[in-house]
Design a binder for this molecule. Structure first.
Ligand code: ZN
Length: 201
């Protein structure tokens, strides 16, 4: 559980919060440039969590797009647009077939469209979170409360409970910003450790 009145924990965080106003943060999903400026300097990264599901981030770009296409999230369109902004093409039948071969998608006899399999749900979710971090697609929204506390979550995978108050959103946003900085720091480290040829972007 997080403290009700979250205080800036470092010089860096104070610096970030002074540069980015609350209203900017409230439109964080739209102010991609501001978020970039905020998060461009990765902090020292903590230890990596153990990988769980299939890492769809390693799939070819078109198969990533195909996998995201099969998920039903409000950030889907933003991610597809960013994934394919330099491509002349869209995912084709062969891309969906590749997902079927991997066990991530299926198409039943009577169906026209592919669906995620149960095994595909988690990889698609994790890929969504990674792409949100990569493309700085963030939308911190309130989702349910229990008594004193209210939950905020972002499609980048961030989730928190804060005390319900006038500053609840701001407190959650401060935690969100710190979380994104840490995750981007880890991502940069992972990229740096990859052998040549696997890096992208
Ligand atoms: Zn986020």
């Amino acid at each position: 559980m997080m403290p009700a009145h979250h205080q800036p924990q470092s010089v860096t965080e104070s610096f970030v919060m002074s540069r980015v106003s609350l209203s900017q943060l409230q439109n964080a999903n739209r102010s991609i440039q501001a978020m970039r400026a905020m998060f461009d300097q990765p902090n020292a990264a903590p230890a990596l969590p153990a990988p769980a599901a299939f890492d769809a981030f390693t799939l070819p770009l078109m198969q990533q797009a195909a996998l995201i296409q099969l998920t039903e999230t409000h950030v889907k369109r933003a991610l597809i647009a960013r994934l394919l902004e330099d491509a002349q093409d869209k995912p084709q039948a062969e891309d969906y077939r590749a997902l079927v071969d991997l066990g991530l998608a299926e198409r039943r006899e009577a169906d026209r469209w592919h669906h995620l399999t149960r095994a595909g749900v988690e990889p698609a979710k994790i890929l969504t979170q990674k792409l949100c971090l990569r493309f700085n697609v963030h939308m911190l929204t309130e989702g349910g409360d229990s008594g004193w506390q209210v939950r905020y979550a972002c499609p980048c995978g961030f989730s928190t409970m804060v005390r319900r108050s006038r500053t609840a959103w701001g407190n959650a946003a401060t935690q969100h910003a710190a979380s994104v900085r840490t995750k981007i720091g880890i991502g940069n480290l992972v990229q740096a450790l990859k052998p040549p040829g696997m890096t992208e972007g």
